[in-house]
Design a protein around this ligand. Structure first.
Ligand SMILES: Nc1nc2c(ncn2[C@@H]2O[C@H](COP(=O)(O)OP(=O)(O)OP(=O)(O)O)[C@@H](O)[C@H]2O)c(=O)[nH]1
Ligand SMILES: [Mg+2]
Length: 230
């Protein structure tokens, strides 16, 4: 197997569509998924570099693995469901701390997935939020999370990381809305992130191998019959 030069990690609550986004990008289709167990990765050739893209499990029981997957990551894609405010809140409360093990110059992207369920129902900024999830908006569900909410989270991340807004990509550039189902903005998301991680990969390579063990170097002692990689 080719050795990855850099790592991108998808984090976020269960059911937000991390696996579906990765399938859509790598396999060019939307297919039924099962909730991820542990983690799995794809390798993507980007220019002269091999980038490993890690899909992690959002389920609470696998939470402890998150910081291991993030170790040395050049980028973290924090994913939520635009129809679930709770899934955005979880990014701050549960997932952000897992990124402490990422590279010091790690890029952060915030991705609101499943816009196909609500893309023509954006809540106007001056309107109160619906009381309950699933408020009707024509034939679609009203979107619960506004782009401004994601931008506010990005700014909180910069504060948490003690980064200056001037030194990092603008919030508007790093907050995306996607649909794994229709493919909307999925290529744009991954390709923007890949372009941004190249300088980090170049620096990481110049500095030599990391002193910490990388999960991507892990070689199982014995393969199961199915060759499972979960
Ligand atoms: N309508 C719609 N459904 C989606 C989209 N992305 C994912 N889904 C559905 O949402 C459910 C969860 O998707 P997954 O990709 O398995 O979610 P996940 O974030 O990987 O979940 P965990 O592995 O449990 O952490 C599945 O039923 C998907 O078919 C999308 O963009 N639009
Ligand atoms: Mg999954």
């Amino acid at each position: 197997m080719k050795k990855p030069d850099g790592k991108v990690v998808l984090l976020g609550d269960m059911n937000v569509g991390k696996t579906s986004l990765l399938h859509r990008y790598m396999e060019r289709r939307f297919q039924e998924t099962v909730s991820t167990v542990g983690g799995a990765f794809y390798l993507k050739q980007w220019g002269p570099y091999n980038i490993s893209i890690w899909d992690t499990a959002g389920r609470e029981q696998f939470h402890g693995l998150g910081s291991m997957y993030c170790r040395g990551a050049a980028a973290v894609i924090l994913t939520y469901d635009v129809n679930s405010l709770q899934s955005l809140t979880e990014l701050e409360e549960r997932f952000l701390a897992l990124t402490d093990s990422a590279s010091a110059d790690c890029i952060f992207a915030i991705v609101g997935n499943k816009v196909d369920l609500s893309d023509d129902c954006t809540l106007p900024p001056d309107e109160n939020r619906p009381e309950k999830s699933g408020a009707s908006c024509g034939s679609k569900v009203r979107k619960q999370v506004r782009a401004e909410d994601a931008i506010a989270l990005y700014k909180k991340i910069l504060k948490y990381k003690m980064l200056d807004e001037k030194d990092v990509p603008a919030a508007e550039k790093m907050c995306f809305e996607t649909s794994a189902k229709t493919g909307y903005k999925v290529d744009y998301l991954f390709e923007t992130v890949f372009d941004m991680v190249v300088p980090i990969i170049v620096r990481q390579k110049a500095e030599g191998p990391p002193q910490t063990v990388d999960i991507t170097d892990y070689k199982p002692a014995k393969r199961t019959k199915s060759g499972c990689c979960a």
